[in-house]
Write a protein of this length. Structure first.
Length: 379
């Protein structure tokens, strides 16, 4: 499997520490990953915020068009980016691998399963008491709960990639692609989303070196890259908004095979856009990078400010436009978790976003790669 070049500073890409200090920029080679993650997490929050507002207000707004455009690639890109660095630990012993790729995600999933469920205690139990709540939590161990399914699947994907690391890459990729193409609709989030998304995680793992090379090429040939992005956006728009008349596949973008290609193409388009933004710099890039660096913070905590502001704005009736309400809710749902994380960063409550040392299987020294010998001098 392809691995990330060892020249990259591990600090800025470590999967086991979602709230990490910013590493010094290295000509944008790592910054674009965070920018891409920032784009993705904003699109994810936008989707939940916009659809929730639309359902509550009984109509759609301009933000629904953005959500529909991003639908084919929004989640595929997140899984592709998540798979980029699995190669760095996939061949390490199971103890280290489990610490980085299983315990890490399990800690945040279990913690926020309890927190999110506690907020909805009355709705979950419906007066049945603590027993019903405990049953709900137990069910959450085998079936991902609510928006937390993404974190759950990351741990599952990591385990499967580790367990199949001896399988030839093309065989694993083909099997994952066939799962995505198969009409799997069991009603189980775990099974359905595994089949639909695993191919992108595998792609990120297998083609990590080529994806980083693509980002380098985009920065080197910005004009050509912009033309390519424009062509992609035009094709994406046509396919995403052209109805088929079929209930199971409402748009051309949702057709089997087409959805797979658009997911992969869109993921690479986000890589290219992130590389260009990193090359250009500026405040927008800085904001996107900040969101990407703490994407897990936003993902874990966006639900509460999203629901609170949505309810407040709709009940007040101050703003009647669905698109404007959706936009405001999206901004708040992204910004508030970042503000909360900053407030608790140096307090005992930091366990909400930083895994405590007691929840690590290996220490920092044990996890650090062995020192590499300097290359022999050449004549």
């Amino acid at each position: 499997m392809s691995r990330r070049p060892n020249s990259e500073p591990a600090l800025s890409v470590r999967p086991d520490d979602p709230v990490r200090p910013r590493a010094a920029a290295e000509s944008g080679r790592l910054a674009w990953v965070d920018v891409a993650k920032g784009i993705c997490i904003i699109l994810v929050v936008m989707m939940h915020s916009t659809l929730g507002v639309g359902e509550a207000m009984g109509r759609e707004g301009f933000m629904h068009h953005v959500v529909e455009f991003a639908k084919p690639f929004r989640i595929p890109d997140f899984f592709l980016l998540s798979g980029l660095f699995v190669g760095r630990v996939v061949d390490r012993d199971w103890r280290l691998f489990a610490d980085r790729r299983i315990v890490h995600f399990a800690y945040f999933y279990l913690l926020w399963l309890v927190l999110q469920s506690a907020v909805k205690y009355a709705q979950i139990t419906e007066g049945a008491g603590p027993g019903a709540f405990l049953a709900h939590l137990a069910y959450g161990l085998v079936e991902p709960y609510s928006t937390l399914w993404f974190i759950y699947l990351l741990a599952v994907f990591s385990v499967v990639v580790k367990a199949t690391r001896r399988v030839p890459g093309p065989v694993l990729l083909l099997a994952a692609a066939l799962l995505q193409l198969a009409p799997v609709h069991t009603g189980s989030t775990l099974i359905d989303e595994f089949c639909a998304r695993f191919v992108y995680f595998v792609g990120g793992t297998l083609f990590a070196a080529r994806i980083f090379a693509l980002a380098d090429a985009v920065r080197a040939r910005a004009g050509l890259a912009l033309l390519g992005l424009a062509a992609w956006a035009a094709i994406e728009g046509v396919l995403a908004f052209t109805p088929t008349g079929l209930a199971s596949y409402p748009t051309l973008a949702s057709l089997p095979g087409v959805s797979l290609v658009l997911g992969a193409a869109g993921a690479l388009a986000i890589v290219g856009a992130a590389a260009l933004l990193t090359r250009a710099g500026g405040p927008v890039t800085a904001v996107l990078r900040a969101c990407g660096e703490r994407s897990i913070v936003i993902y874990l905590a966006f639900f509460l400010p999203m629901a609170a502001l949505r309810t407040a704005l709709i009940r007040s009736g101050i703003i009647a436009d669905v698109g404007t309400v959706s936009l405001l809710v999206t901004v708040a749902a992204v910004a508030v978790p970042l503000g909360i994380e900053r407030l608790v960063r140096h307090t005992p409550a930091r366990f909400l976003f930083r895994r405590p040392a007691a929840c690590h299987l290996v220490g920092a020294e044990e996890a650090r790669p062995a020192p590499r010998l300097a290359p022999a001098p050449t004549a």
